[in-house]
Design a protein around this ligand. Structure first.
Ligand code: AMP
Ligand code: MN
Ligand code: MN
Ligand code: MN
Length: 269
């Protein structure tokens, strides 16, 4: 079965409108698809009622924090009208707004004034604005040469713009998804750059909180750790999910439907 359970539209930080993302899912001949924008289902709602040549399930990628690390939790096939998910989204909109003001202050103190106003050019909704939009403005102003550089120097993990105090806990995000009758998936576990011991602790805590699957099939999976991760998931009660984390046609390394297969020893989500 061809599927992709992790993709973004311009309802969050993707480049294409939801309908164009879905057109690409159709062109890739997928049979199961989820649009999983950061902290919003607005994109999904736009296309949910249309007919598609594949099964479209509800999806979201929630921003959370666990043990001082920013962790992303994917929600799949939940009731999009359930108060638990709507409350989680409301809280995250508020968190994004508060964070945007904090980011604006921090960058201003480093000689980059009015970056919030600038970021809002690329995402007019302050409840949705994120670091990629700040990065885009920083490139436009010539503060950095590329979005990647903006993350390396200012916005990425461990830099001044990596503000995570506002995010809800990983456990509460899992709970919101489960309460809304959905399946919680730990997104891209190898991207948090944890030691394997800490990663195992994350996976165990995630499962205890009600998480059901780990994203074991991504667009590009680094060798050794990937194998260890799959072995750990195969031995657990957790299922495996897969998604490209598509954001833009220009990110050639993350295109819709182009993901590694889920290893045979792991139950597909
Ligand atoms: P936010 O949701 O505002 O915390 O921003 C996180 C998003 O930034 C991720 O979902 C990625 O799409 C993007 N991102 C993370 N690291 C980088 C990077 N090094 N270069 C470009 N975009 C990145
Ligand atoms: Mn993103
Ligand atoms: Mn993510
Ligand atoms: Mn993503």
């Amino acid at each position: 079965m061809k599927f992709d359970l992790h993709c973004h539209s311009n309802a969050s930080d993707g480049k294409l409108p939801p309908s164009e993302v879905l057109a690409r899912a159709a062109a890739a001949e997928l049979s199961l698809f989820a649009l999983t924008d950061h902290d919003t289902i607005a994109g999904y709602e736009e296309v949910a009622e249309q007919t598609h040549p594949f099964t479209l399930i509800s999806g979201i990628e929630l921003s959370s924090v666990w043990s001082g690390v920013s962790v992303h939790i994917i929600g799949l096939d939940f009731d999009p009208k359930h108060p638990a998910i709507l409350q989680a989204i409301d809280g995250l909109r508020h968190a994004r707004e508060v964070r945007a003001h904090m980011l604006d202050k921090k960058l201003a103190a480093r000689g980059m004034p009015n970056t919030l106003q600038g970021a809002l050019q690329f995402c007019p909704d302050i409840g949705q604005v994120g670091r990629p939009h700040f990065a885009e403005y920083m490139v436009q102003q010539g503060y950095v040469q590329s979005a990647n550089k903006a993350f390396d120097l200012w916005l990425g993990s461990g830099k001044i713009g990596d503000i995570k105090t506002e995010w809800p806990t990983m456990e509460s995000c899992v709970k919101s998804i489960v309460e809304a009758q959905g399946v919680a998936v730990l997104a891209h576990p190898l991207r948090y750059k944890l030691t394997f011991t800490k990663l195992r602790r994350l996976i165990d805590t995630f499962a205890e909180a009600g998480g059901e699957a780990v994203e074991v099939a991504c667009a590009q999976s680094p060798g050794n750790l990937q194998q260890a991760l799959c072995q750990y998931v195969a031995k657990s009660d957790l299922a495996g999910s897969g998604g490209s984390d598509f954001h833009s046609p220009d990110w050639h390394w993350a295109q819709i439907g182009r993901i590694d297969p889920i290893p045979k020893a792991i139950q597909p989500v």
